[in-house]
Design a binder for this molecule. Sequence first.
Ligand code: BGC
Length: 248
Amino acid sequence: MAKVLGIDVGGTGIKGALVDTRKGVLISEKKRYPTEGKIKPEKIMDLIAEFVRDLKWTGIIGIGFPAIVKNGVALSAANISKKWIGINIDEQVFHKTGLKAYSMNDADAAGIAEMRFGAGRPFQKEIVIVLTLGTGIGSAIFVRGELLPNTELGHLEIRGKIAEKRASDAIRQKKDLRWKEWSFLLQEYLDQLEFLFSPDVLIIGGGASKYHEKFFPHLNVNAKLLPAEHLNLAGIIGAAWYAEHIKK
Ligand code: BGC
């Protein structure tokens, strides 16, 4: 069995578990630590070290991170502290834990999990967009099974405002919107995505995905609309899978 510690850093907390990367399933209990305010590098490094200690982990670590991540370096900071920009996450984790880490964008991680082990499996020849609706809106585009990384489609502008500031799940909660009201905002966003990319399949993950029955009936899209099978665990599974497959 190939085991990897998968970690998903989010806007309001960090979760992690050991993953069997052949089967794409969790093989330890999932733990979540909530964070306050915009997450800072020192805090996340402490929490990652805590996961490692708790699980007595000595293997590699895969990290899904809510920013543009290129070669382990965070290059943006929408819902996290600006201090992250330019930080080499993989190096910092190695420094803190002595373990090799491989980080990637969180939505790309969730997308990989869904394409390999979830709702995207039957669509390896199609154009698939995976969206994560949580604190922000994350995106992953797959063209015939191949990921185009770091797409940041949550930052498209709709009526002069960044899409994730209008239609993320955090906005639904903050404004206490009814599912139908929120669906209207989401619909505008999905219309824009369909116009730009004509996807065959749209997979919805992230925190909101477990309530898909409440808002899918209000949406009208040309693509096949599916909830993520792994719901908000997809980020942990995909980050672990990625680490196993690119490890040096
Ligand atoms: C970030 C993305 C991230 C998404 C979901 C956005 O604000 O810019 O990198 O994937 O939130 O966490």
